[in-house]
Design a protein around this ligand. Structure first.
Ligand code: NAD
Length: 358
């Protein structure tokens, strides 16, 4: 089997689907790796490290399997040959038209975001690996934009109180944000509509904010709130938020627009100089005043909505992603390293989103 690694074409996409360490492992497994020249450059990984790991530099698009990070452009889909396998984030929920193009091109597509979140597939869970990177980076961004310290300081010039940081939506990214804010010295509080998160929040030394609204949905995710619940939640959050210097929001409901948790009124109630980092910008944002991709100041509060945060920490994001991809690949390889996906396997059946006969 040959596996091709193209250079990502998306604006600002600095990740790469395989890193040299993982290439080495796959080569040992009998897989041939072809890396496009410059594929690792966004992550500052030069071609010669790939060559040293056993890859060749060449045209990745004629390989049996092409591994990518971002969904393919129309032009990239055109370079895939019929019968080829494509592994990457394919945005099956948000870009159904590109799935149709892939299927018409005879490409077998595996979407990393469609891998079921079961224990056996944890090593392949790219939503989690990238969520971790994003949660960490969101806190650094908040610290950079804050007009205040995170840690408590006792100095000759006086004492500085520690920042109060509130994380709204405590899934994978939120847990990492709580841990990171704590390491920087902030007092942390977590909030979610899934009550089982309370113990995880407390185990990270954070307070649990209980607003008395539960909304557990399917598969461990939250469900969308009813109109009444949403109004109630926004009202209670408006009161709670006033005491926080930093608010980081990560709330998402699969396939829906992100819920509005932080209203304009809530922002108005924050102390001047406070920061909101809205990590849900890609799905519309959790803050009413968010402008996706921008940093704005409203009511003297900075509201940042960074997009594609994992791409801003490309080496480790790529390394973790590459392990996810290679675990999925391993599942499709037989003993000799030949591609032999068993579509009765739940992980492959669910993550395969385009196939000739399906
Ligand atoms: P996500 O990105 O879809 O959402 C982030 C958080 O926002 C979630 O915790 C969600 O409950 C919360 N949220 C949604 N609407 C909200 C609202 N109106 N108010 C407040 N909070 C709201 O979530 P995720 O990080 O992808 O994780 C979701 C679930 O998947 C979690 O239960 C996690 O434990 C589970 N998971 C399981 C595995 C596994 O078993 N292998 C791996 C990773 C994640």
């Amino acid at each position: 089997t040959t596996v091709g690694v193209p250079r990502e074409s998306g604006v600002g996409e600095r990740r790469v689907a395989l890193v040299p360490k993982v290439v080495e492992k796959l080569v040992a497994r009998g897989v041939g790796i072809v890396v496009e020249s410059g594929a690792g450059l966004g992550a500052l990984i030069p071609d010669d490290l790939y060559v040293a790991a056993g890859a060749t530099i060449g045209d990745p698009w004629s390989c049996d399997v092409v591994v990518k990070v971002a969904p393919p452009s129309t032009e990239e889909i055109g370079k895939l040959r019929s019968g080829a396998t494509l592994i990457g984030f394919l945005a099956p929920r948000t870009a159904p038209e590109s799935l149709a193009t892939l299927k018409a091109a005879g490409v077998v597509g595996f979407a990393m975001e469609a891998i079921p979140r079961i224990s056996r597939a944890q090593s392949m869970d790219a939503l989690s690996s990238q969520g971790n990177v994003a949660g960490y980076k969101a806190v650094l961004l908040a610290a950079e934009r804050s007009t205040r310290f995170f840690p408590m300081l006792t100095t000759a010039a006086g004492t500085v109180k520690p920042a109060q940081a509130l994380i709204l939506g405590v899934g994978v990214a939120g847990l990492q944000a709580l841990a990171t804010a704590k390491r920087l010295g902030a007092r942390t509080t977590g909030y979610d509509v899934r009550p089982e998160v309370a113990d995880q929040v407390k185990s990270l030394g954070a307070q649990w904010l209980d607003l008395g609204i539960e909304a557990v949905g399917e598969g461990g995710y939250a469900r969308e709130l009813t109109d009444d619940e949403r109004t109630e939640q926004q009202k209670r959050l408006e009161e709670a938020i006033t005491g926080f210097d930093v608010v980081i929001t990560t709330a998402n409901v699969p396939g829906r627009k992100a819920p509005t948790l932080v209203t304009a009124k809530a922002v108005e109630g924050m102390r001047p100089g406070s920061v909101v980092v809205d990590m849900a910008g890609e799905s519309g944002g959790n803050c009413e005043l968010t402008e996706p991709g921008e940093v704005v100041v409203k009511h003297d509060v900075t509201i940042a909505s960074p997009l594609n945060l994992p791409a801003t920490m490309p080496e480790h994001a790529s390394e973790l992603y590459a392990r996810n991809v290679s675990s999925l690949l391993e599942l499709m390889l037989d003993k000799e390293g030949a591609l032999a996906p068993d579509f009765d396997d739940e992980v492959l059946a669910k993550s395969c989103v385009t196939r000739e006969d399906a």
